[in-house]
Design a protein around this ligand. Structure first.
Ligand code: ZN
Ligand code: ZN
Length: 349
């Protein structure tokens, strides 16, 4: 089968690899839709700390498919079921796993990182994903392409839950890429009263407005702190979410908040990023809360599915390119060149 692979020390390739073997506790999934994540692009450029030298993996953790076959010891699932998968399985024993948050497990297993992923026609799903609740059957009202985006959206669900948005809150979102736009849709669905989006690109701000944001700001043209204060009659925002990997907005975010405001550092920074000076007195005197999130847990994935199935968000709005699965090369070329939105691959019928 054709697959997009990464070999530690050997780099990225699109080539034929053997179809996965199926162990007794595994199920074999025929991929119907899969999308390319920033993490895949990051691995192509920089590799991954979890990979051994010379180790090759099939990339891709955002995928859905139809079960082709189940191993002899698998119960509860059968051929023909259409499923999505929360792509991180934990060790099952650590504090994070016991709390149901495998995305914070220090010893997690993840598709497309240390297990063969879904940028191919087939993937074998290991037993730990089956027994830890990572697999959900997809209802008919969720399309394959939308379902492929459930994983990144589950990360957004995690971020928004941690931000503790309350009805009527003023929310500022830094970054209007696909993840920022998912935040816009979800904060709106969560009852935010006013949404302010900050980005340097006019086309992305336009998209944010189309998805229901009230005020857009471009830091090249606008004084963001002054504009947010003005838009809130001097009070400041209740929640600030940084959906971009920029050090300067993390520090600025604290300065935007009203008393009791919450800052969620959603986007991580590259290791080379400068140290971020935070105004700790603003946090102290304003009783501010600073949090951060990474990935999504099994429950975030299931919440994400309910929100998509209930049409509370339209994930298809953040897709910019759709390719047939056979066109892995063109899809990766587009993603590596910096696509506008999400790049999705779909299997032919
Ligand atoms: Zn992802
Ligand atoms: Zn664990």
């Amino acid at each position: 089968m054709l697959a997009a692979t990464y070999t530690q020390g050997g780099g990225f390739a699109i080539h034929e690899v053997p179809r996965p073997e199926l162990a007794d506790d595994e199920l074999l999934l025929r991929i119907t839709a899969t999308s390319i994540c920033g993490t895949d692009v990051k691995i192509v450029h920089h590799g991954h700390r979890k990979l051994r030298d010379g180790q090759q993996i099939v990339l891709g953790h955002e995928f859905v498919g139809v079960i082709e076959r189940v191993g002899a010891r698998v119960t509860g699932f059968g051929a023909g079921q259409r499923i999505g998968i929360a792509p991180n399985a934990g060790c099952g024993r650590c504090q994070a796993c016991i709390r149901g948050k495998a995305n914070y497990c220090p010893d997690y297993t993840a598709f497309g990182i240390d297990r063969d992923g879904g940028h191919a026609a087939w993937v074998a799903v290991p037993g730990c994903f089956i027994t830890q609740g990572n697999i959900v059957e997809l209802p008919d009202e969720v399309s394959d392409t939308e379902a492929a985006l459930l994983e990144p959206f589950s990360c957004v669900v995690n971020g928004v839950r941690s931000s503790r948005i309350e009805l009527g809150d003023v929310v500022v979102i830094y970054g209007a890429g696909p993840i920022g736009l998912m935040h816009v849709m979800l904060c709106r669905a969560a009852g935010a009263g006013r949404l302010i989006v900050v980005d340097v690109r006019a086309d992305r701000l336009e998209q944010a407005r189309e998805l229901g944001c009230d005020v857009t700001l471009n830091p090249h043209e606008d004084d963001v702190v002054a504009r947010v204060k003005r838009a809130t009659a001097g009070a400041g925002a209740d929640v600030v979410i940084t959906a971009c990997p920029a050090a300067e907005v993390q520090a600025e975010g604290v300065r935007l908040l009203a008393p009791f405001g919450r800052l969620c550092l959603f986007g991580g920074l590259p290791k080379s990023a400068p140290h971020v000076p935070l105004d700790t007195n603003a946090i102290h005197y304003g009783s501010l809360m600073v949090t951060g999130t990474t990935g999504g847990a099994v429950d975030d994935y299931r919440i994400a599915l309910r929100l998509v199935a209930g049409k509370r968000v339209a994930l298809s709005r953040v897709i910019s390119n759709v390719f047939p699965l056979a066109d892995l090369r063109a899809a990766y070329d587009t993603a590596l060149a910096g696509a506008e939105g999400k790049v999705v691959l779909v299997a032919g019928s």
